[in-house]
Design a protein. Structure first.
Ligand code: PLP
Length: 386
């Protein structure tokens, strides 16, 4: 039986064009820092990819710093010292959204004593009054980290409003756009964030490569996380992963070209899943449904069912989905996102995330709804018989 992959927020299948580009490059040689023809060819690939990634988020190409992934880009940016127009800027506090990805929650290089977490409302949107209060209470400009889209619920944050508040207090705003890229249009200037984080494997490129994109190259984290050679204009040392970067660039370019068509396709399928499930299981809830969300994500709650058991039942029937929170080392634990949203424990523990992608078909979503209903009813029967 052909498996049905509905876990695109965990990682997206690699695009065929990106894979072909990567394989071709892997067979070639040349260090982008070398001046000979082989080196120049490698440099050319890296710079083409830089332009493609920059264009995806409407940034100047000189503002893209390639990293080993979203996590490294976040760790680079979460730094209490930034440089602004040649001057070092000390940031007195790190204010982090409570529903951020674990890589952001971990706080990077910011002192744990100087970190504070910003609450969200029941829909998962940042509490702007709490942000205002935290900015006002900080002893100086703060470093603020708020994601564009949540990986579990898909809920979008009002980044332009957040940026305005942060900049009024001369702070720095880092925005994790890992999940939003390729699913909603992104314009770094319109968002107003000082830095965006991107990850290749969420948009159909390879795993192990990502980028920190600056709004203005004159405003950047002050000390490189990885020191050594002067690659990435001194922001990130180490020979560039040329093949992976080239494939990331190709995936970014295709994601941009197909964005509007893909988003409409995803929203139609996602909405159909939710309405069909609700018709069959009226107690089902879809977290974040009342606010702006990514078009591909549905986080489904079914009070009384256990996400771990549902996940296994669906896996055995051929469906790859995920429980609310990413399962680290195979363990399913309750979602910190739903906890922050104040969702009752029983409901939170049932949450299953379905995330679709550009090749998902209507037939796959219909089969998923049938399998979900069967699994849920079977578990429910077992629970009431016990
Ligand atoms: N931020 C978000 C919202 C994510 O979903 C992920 C990956 O799951 C990351 C950051 C980390 O990215 P990477 O896997 O490239 O380190």
């Amino acid at each position: 039986m052909k498996r049905i992959y509905l876990d695109w927020n965990a990682t997206a299948p690699m695009r065929a064009e990106a894979l072909a580009h990567m394989l071709e490059r892997l067979a070639a040689t040349g260090n982008p820092s070398s001046v000979h023809a082989e080196g120049r060819a490698a440099r050319n690939l890296v710079e083409t990819a830089r332009q493609e990634v920059a264009t995806l988020v409407n940034a100047p190409e000189t503002a893209v710093i390639f990293t080993s992934g979203g996590t490294e880009a976040i760790s680079t940016a979460l730094n209490p010292r930034w440089r602004e127009k040649g001057e070092t800027k000390g940031l007195s506090q790190a204010l982090i959204g409570a529903t951020e990805h674990a890589a952001v929650l971990a706080g990077g290089r910011c002192d744990p004593k100087l970190r504070a977490y910003l609450p969200v409302d029941r829909d998962g949107r940042l509490d702007l009054q709490a942000l205002d209060a935290a900015l006002a209470a900080a002893s100086g400009p703060a470093l603020v980290a708020v994601q564009l889209a949540n990986n579990e619920t898909g809920v979008l944050q009002p980044i332009p409003e957040i940026a305005r508040r942060v900049h009024e207090r001369e702070g720095i705003l880092i925005c994790d756009a890992v999940q939003a890229a390729g699913k909603v249009p992104i314009n770094i200037t319109a968002l107003g964030a000082d830095a965006l984080v991107l990850s290749s494997h969420k948009i159909g490129g390879p795993q192990g490569v990502g980028a920190l994109v600056l709004r203005d190259e004159a405003i950047a984290p002050s000390d490189p996380l990885i020191r050594g050679g002067g690659q990435e204009r001194g922001h990130r040392a180490g020979t560039e992963a040329v093949a992976a970067i080239a494939a990331f660039g190709m995936a970014a370019s295709l994601a941009r070209i197909e964005l509007h068509e893909t988003a409409a396709h995803l929203a139609r399928l996602r909405d159909r899943i939710e309405s069909d499930l609700l018709a069959r299981l009226p107690e089902a809830v879809f977290f974040g449904q009342a606010v702006e969300r990514l078009p591909n994500t549905s986080l489904i709650g079914l009070g009384g069912a256990s996400a771990a058991t549902l996940l296994m039942a669906l896996d055995l029937s051929g469906f790859a989905v995920s429980s609310g929170s990413a399962c680290s080392s195979g363990k399913v634990k309750r979602s910190h996102v739903l906890d922050a949203m104040g969702i009752e424990r029983r409901l939170a523990e049932s949450a299953i995330r379905v995330s679709l992608g550009r090749t998902t078909t209507e037939n796959e979503t219909i089969r998923f709804v049938e399998a979900f209903e069967t699994a849920a009813k079977c578990l429910y029967k077992k629970a009431t018989a016990a």
